[in-house]
Design a protein around this ligand. Structure first.
Ligand code: NAD
Length: 490
C-alpha cells in the first residue's frame, strides 16, 4: 500500500518549498516487488540544480553563523523527529526498495543513530592546539565550512545513505544539495519534510530529484558547489572525479566492492555459513560491503559448500519480515546480473544454485533474482573482478592462508574483507595485511557503525572516509591560526 502522504509526483525541496521540476517533466517509480507503478518523480535538470545552488549559497552564511553547538541542536531535533516518524520512514524505504519493513526499521534506526552522533559532534568539533618554534607565538587549527556541499547517493539503503551525507555536511556549517537516487525518491523527499518540520532553516538543505546525467552531473560541474560527495558505482565515480577534478573541487568517493570472505580450515563452519548468507544475500546483495568472493580452504571446501548451498536453498524470498531477502531495485539491474551469469558460464564457471530470475506467480511480476552461488570461476574472470550488486556470490578453493590472502588482495577493489578462523595468528595477520578499508574477524563483510570511518582502497574510493568523525574532514576546511603576543606590552 502506498502511504497517502507521498505526493502523486515526488517533488524537489528548494528553499524550504516543495516544487516540481521547472520542465514539469516526471518519470515513473516502479515497485521492485510488484513491478507496478508507485508514483511519478520530478525529472529535474540543470536549471533546477542551478536554482538550488543559488538558494544554498544564500542560506549558507546564516547557517554557518550559528555555532556548531546550535547547529547540532537542530540536527538533534531532526533525529528526534525521525524517531517519531520512524514507522513512516521505514514504510517508504520498504515500499521503494522492496526490503522488508523490519529491515527498513533497522536501517532507519541506523540513520537516526547517525544523526544523533553527528549532532553530538557540534559539542566537540575539535581543532588542535600545538606548539610553535617561536616564543610568544601560539598555533592552533579550527574547522571551517566548505560552503555548499553537493551530495549524490545510491538507492540501496536509502535513508542511511541520506543520513551518512546530510548530517556531517550540515554540522560542519555547509548548505547542501542532495541529489536523491532515482529509485528511492520519496525516502529523500520525506527526510526533507522532516528536516524542515524540525526547524532546519530554509535553503540549508535542498533536495533534487532526477536522473544521474540530468540532475547529478550538473551538480558536479557547477562552480557553486565547493565539495562533492558521491556514493555509487565505480564507473560513475570515475566520471564524477574527472568532472570535479577539472575545476579542482574537493571530492569524496564511496564506491563499489568485490569483498572477500575467507573461510579457514579451523573456522566454526556453521558460524561461517551464517555470516556468508547474511553478507552475500541480505538486502538482496545490494550492499557495497556484500561478500561476493568466498575463499575457502581446500580441507573444508566441500563441507562448507554443501552446508551453504543447503541453507541458500532454504532462504525465503519476498517482501515480508519473515523473508530473508527481497527483490533487486529495478529490472535493468536484474538483467545486468543475468547477463553477467551467462557470460561467466561461457567462460567456464558453473551455477551451483540459483542463477535465474524467479518466475513463479508470487515473484514473476517483481524484480526477484534467485540467491546464486557460482563455482569454478577463475579469480581473474570478469565475474570475479566485477561488482554485480545483487544476491550472487562466487566460491573459490585455496590451499592455505597465504593463497587465501593473496586471492583476497588480487582485486581491483578494496572496500571490506572478513576472515573466519579460530587462530589469533591468522586473524591478526589477515587484519593487518588485507587490502581493505574494513577487516572483520568471524563476522560478515558488512555491519559498519555510525561512529566508525568507512571507505575503501583502490577502486572502492578515493581515500576519504565517511561517516565517523572522519566525515568532518570531508565537509570542512582546516585553518591554522597563529597568535603572536608581545611580552613588551604586558
Ligand atoms: P550509480 O553509480 O549508477 O548511481 C549512484 C548515483 O549517482 C545515483 O543517484 C545516480 O543518479 C547518480 N549518477 C549517475 N550518473 C551520474 C553522473 N554522470 N553524474 C552524477 N551523478 C550520476 O550506482 P547505483 O547502481 O545506483 O548504486 C550502486 C553502487 O553504489 C554500487 O557500486 C555500490 O557498491 C555503491 N555503493 C557504495 C557505498 C559505499 O559506501 N562505498 C554505499 C552504497 C552503495
Amino acid at each position: 500500500m502506498i502511504p497517502d502522504f507521498i505526493p502523486a509526483t515526488v517533488p524537489n525541496w528548494i528553499n524550504g518549498e516543495q516544487v516540481k521540476a521547472l520542465s514539469s517533466e516526471a518519470f515513473d517509480k516502479l515497485s521492485p516487488h510488484s513491478g507496478g507503478k508507485l508514483y511519478r518523480v520530478s525529472r529535474s535538470g540543470e536549471d533546477d540544480v542551478e536554482l538550488a545552488i543559488q538558494v544554498a549559497v544564500g542560506a549558507q552564511t546564516g547557517w554557518a553563523a550559528l555555532t556548531p553547538v546550535q547547529r547540532g541542536e537542530v540536527l538533534h531535533d531532526i533525529a528526534q523527529l525521525m524517531r517519531r516518524y520512524r514507522q513512516d520512514i521505514a514504510a517508504v524505504v520498504a515500499l521503494e526498495t522492496g526490503m522488508s519493513f523490519g529491515a527498513a526499521m533497522g536501517e532507519t534506526g541506523a540513520a537516526i543513530a547517525q544523526g544523533e552522533f553527528m549532532a553530538g559532534e557540534g559539542r566537540r568539533f575539535y581543532g588542535r592546539t600545538t606548539t610553535s618554534a617561536t616564543p610568544y607565538k601560539y598555533a592552533s587549527t579550527v574547522r571551517q565550512p566548505m560552503g555548499v556541499a553537493g551530495l549524490i547517493i545510491a538507492a540501496n539503503t536509502p535513508i542511511a545513505n541520506v543520513a551518512w551525507k546530510v548530517f556531517p555536511a550540515l554540522i560542519c556549517g555547509n548548505a547542501a544539495i542532495l541529489k536523491a537516487a532515482e529509485d528511492t525518491p520519496a525516502t529523500a523527499w520525506l527526510f526533507g519534510r522532516i528536516a524542515h518540520e524540525a526547524g532546519l532553516p530554509r535553503g540549508v538543505l535542498n533536495i533534487i530529484q532526477g536522473h544521474g546525467e540530468e540532475a547529478g552531473a550538473p551538480l558536479v560541474a557547477n562552480a557553486g558547489v565547493d565539495v562533492v560527495s558521491f556514493t555509487g558505482s565505480t564507473a560513475v565515480g570515475r566520471l564524477v572525479a574527472a568532472k570535479a577534478g577539472a575545476r579542482l573541487a574537493k571530492v569524496s568517493l564511496e564506491l563499489g566492492g568485490k569483498n572477500p570472505l575467507v573461510v579457514c580450515d579451523d573456522a566454526d563452519l556453521d558460524n561461517a555459513v551464517t555470516w556468508t548468507l547474511l553478507a552475500a544475500f541480505s538486502n538482496a546483495g545490494q550492499r557495497c560491503a556484500a561478500a561476493s568472493r568466498i575463499i575457502v580452504f581446500e580441507a573444508v571446501y566441500d563441507q562448507f559448500r554443501d552446508r551453504l548451498v543447503e541453507r541458500t536453498g532454504g532462504l525465503s524470498i519476498g517482501p515480508d519480515d519473515a523473508d530473508d531477502l527481497g527483490p533487486v531495485i529495478n529490472e535493468k539491474q536484474l538483467n545486468n546480473m543475468l547477463a553477467a551469469i551467462e557470460k561467466a558460464k561461457e567462460a567456464g564457471a558453473s551455477v551451483t544454485i540459483g542463477g535465474h530470475r524467479l518466475d513463479d506467480e508470487a515473484h514473476a511480476p517483481g524484480f526477484y533474482m534467485a540467491p546464486t552461488i557460482i563455482e569454478n570461476a577463475h579469480p581473474r574472470d570478469e565475474i570475479s573482478v566485477t561488482e554485480l550488486f545483487g544476491p550472487i556470490t562466487c566460491l573459490y578453493r585455496v590451499r592455505d592462508f597465504a593463497e587465501a590472502l593473496h586471492m583476497a588482495n588480487a582485486s581491483p577493489y578494496g572496500l571490506t574483507a572478513a576472515i573466519h578462523t579460530r587462530s589469533i595468528h591468522r586473524a591478526t595477520e589477515f587484519a593487518q595485511k588485507v587490502q581493505a578499508g574494513v577487516a572483520v574477524v568471524n563476522g560478515g563483510t558488512h555491519g559498519s557503525e555510525p561512529h566508525m570511518p568507512f571507505g575503501g582502497l583502490k577502486q572502492s574510493g578515493n581515500g576519504s572516509r565517511e561517516p565517523g568523525t572522519e566525515a568532518l574532514d570531508v565537509y570542512s576546511e582546516l585553518k591554522d591560526i597563529y597568535i603572536n603576543s608581545d611580552p613588551g606590552l604586558l
